[in-house]
Design a binder for this molecule. Structure first.
Ligand SMILES: [Zn+2]
Length: 274
């Protein structure tokens, strides 16, 4: 069964599509991390390093299911065998089985937030040339759309054209309330139009980070750049700002795609998910 947590009238469900090693040495991916910081990160989250010293990452997305029937997806994993992530990620993913185990029919999903359009976050968005979530609006930042259309026409044709053709592409600019309890927050840097999702339910704040941070080194030291950030300085400011705001609240929670535990309570040591 997928791991979940309850917040007010919402259940936040972590859906793991796959896991595997990163395609380059972690010293290349995080060029400024010192030996001491690696030691702290590996102690904090031992699951992110393999026995032979590679970065081992989860590829996870999330579903938010409200008691009134609304279902919001945040990201769409690495995808099936033929998905664009096949170049580097361990496809096929198992999201359909994860959703079934959580009792979610793709047809009942009303909103899919794509935090950004990297291939390990959009894999199941479109399958067989059609939107996988047939009744959902797909929420993408305008800046992200423009960047992908300009830089990656092949991905745009694979992903964005089918969503536009069915009228399911929902383009937003900046912060926006999507539905009661769920807000997108612009967190640019990792990509030009990166966004995170803030769930506010039951007096709690949960930030579904997307790739605002991709590794525990960026949680321990938010100033650490990641080599694949499009605008590292912007990414740093987005990360530091959001983490500082959240840390000022009692027991805010992070939900991350790539760390070992899907949920991290800020200000507390990592705890096993229930
Ligand atoms: Zn990612």
């Amino acid at each position: 069964m997928p791991v979940s947590r309850r917040f007010g009238s919402a259940t936040l469900i972590a859906l793991t599509d796959g896991e595997g090693p990163f395609f380059e040495p972690r010293s290349t991916a995080f060029p400024r991390v010192t030996a001491e910081l690696w030691r702290r990160a590996d102690e904090y989250d031992p699951g992110t390093v393999s026995a032979d010293g590679q970065w081992w990452l989860r590829f996870r997305c999330f579903a938010i299911r409200f008691d009134d029937g609304r279902v919001v997806m945040v990201d769409a994993g690495i995808g099936p065998a033929e998905a664009p992530a096949r170049a580097w990620a361990p496809v096929p993913g198992r999201l359909p089985d994860e959703l079934a185990a959580a009792g979610i029919d793709p047809a009942e999903v009303d909103t899919v937030v794509l935090t950004h359009l990297h291939t390990d976050h959009v894999g199941w968005a479109v399958t067989g040339g059609a939107p996988h979530f047939a009744n959902a609006r797909y929420v993408v930042q305008d800046a992200e759309l423009a960047a992908v259309r300009a830089a990656n026409p092949e991905l745009a044709a694979y992903l964005l054209d089918p969503l536009a053709a069915t009228g399911q592409l929902h383009v937003v600019e900046g912060d926006r309330q999507l539905t009661p309890g769920v807000r997108v927050v612009a967190t640019p840097g990792h990509t030009p139009g990166h966004q995170s999702v803030l769930l506010q339910e039951g007096g709690k704040r949960v930030l579904l980070t997307g790739d605002l941070l991709v590794h525990p080194v960026q949680l321990i030291d938010p100033a650490q750049p990641y080599a694949h950030e499009v605008y590292p300085e912007t990414a740093r400011v987005s990360r530091e700002t959001l983490l500082r705001d959240l840390a000022a609240r009692p027991s805010a929670v992070l939900a991350t795609p790539h760390l070992t535990d899907p949920f991290i309570t800020l200000g507390a040591p990592t705890e096993p998910a229930t």
